[in-house]
Design a protein around this ligand. Structure first.
Ligand code: DP6
Length: 323
């Protein structure tokens, strides 16, 4: 059977950085994100008796990414199947540069793979399965503004806090990197949780920070959501910078964009920055403020791409296959 799914990338607003169980990807803290409608992955999966081994094509290139093959094994186990799979996946944006292609990638793979294997999973079960592939992917399953709970394996699922159209919220994805990030998230999280003296302090700060973000979403307050994401960015990067070895994800261009955001704010435009584990910067705010800041950001040295995005919807099956 063959199935195709489309999923959005997402941006951590209250970030996920640390696991209590690495094998099962159980997060150390609840996290909240917004899906990005303009950054999507489309994936087609076919399980067939005719295939002798799993085949993966990612952005028109053959790939042997073991995390994808492990994920296919999880799907086969649930479906009690031994059929091999053909997977073709295409990103609408450069992978591995801090725009979280693993989130959209594993969300699309989960939804397409489960359908292609004949599984009829609940949204919660799909979100959990996506989390086993990549923690942030669980939040792309419900879409909109979602919270990934930090419980045990079965209860660490993402739930929706607000729909994509509930807030006047826009994100400018400002690309400054052209290459893969140096330390992948999984390795970086391990280093931070084991070595940063600030990590326990982050866990304490997160309790009220999460509550403030949930309240801002309930109040449908886009400027407060954007502001709290900036506060959390600096908090998470403080734990990265104080890790041993230090994790410095930012480049000079990252800082140039951050300064341009602060300058825009000083001139009355309510935009806020947010950075995940990479060099690229998200700039958040109301649609009118993001539009007002756009040309200034385009002019910053080192900026190679600008993609404006509204909040995106859930990962979904789609009739348009890639093969
Ligand atoms: C910095 O989901 O990529 O973007 O579970 O190890 O695959 P793994 O990590 P991943 O982590 C992303 C972390 C982040 C913050 C966030 O998205 O909340």
């Amino acid at each position: 059977m063959k199935a195709t799914a489309v999923a959005c990338a997402n941006q951590g607003l209250i970030k996920y950085w640390g696991k209590t169980d690495e094998a099962l990807r159980v997060p150390s803290n609840p996290s909240i994100s917004v899906c990005l409608a303009a950054l999507t992955t489309r994936t087609t999966v076919e399980f067939s008796d005719r295939l002798e081994h799993d085949e993966l094509t990612l952005d028109h290139r053959s790939s042997t990414d073991p995390r994808v093959f492990q994920h296919l094994d999880r799907i086969r186990e649930l479906a009690r199947s031994s059929q091999r799979a053909r997977v073709v996946s295409e990103n609408g944006f450069p992978p591995g540069v801090g725009f979280a292609s693993s989130a959209s990638g594993f969300a699309a793979l989960t939804v397409a793979g489960a359908a292609a294997a004949g599984l009829d999973l609940t949204p919660s079960a799909l979100s959990r399965l996506a989390r086993l592939g990549s923690g942030s992917a669980s939040r792309s399953v419900p879409g909109g503004f979602a919270e990934l709970l930090a419980e045990d394996d079965t209860r660490s699922i993402a739930v929706r806090l607000a729909g994509p159209d509930d807030l006047d919220f826009r994100t400018l994805a400002v690309g400054v990197a052209e290459t893969e990030k140096k330390v992948p998230s999984s390795a970086g999280m391990r280093i931070t949780t084991r070595t940063s003296p600030f990590f326990p302090a982050r866990l304490e700060y997160l309790v009220p920070a999460l509550e403030r973000m949930r309240a801002a979403l309930r109040a449908r307050n886009p400027v407060e959501v954007a502001r709290l994401a900036e506060v959390d960015t600096l908090n998470m990067h403080a734990t990265m910078l104080t890790s041993d070895p230090p994790l410095v994800y930012w480049s000079g261009a990252t800082l140039e964009v951050i300064r341009a955001v602060l300058d825009a704010r000083a001139s009355g435009i309510a935009v806020y920055f947010s950075v995940d584990a990479g060099e690229n910067v998200f700039v958040n705010g109301r649609a009118s403020d993001v539009a007002a800041a756009r040309e200034r950001l385009r002019a910053v040295r080192g900026v190679s791409s600008l993609v404006e995005s509204a909040p995106g919807g859930p990962a979904r099956l789609d009739p348009q296959p890639l093969f």
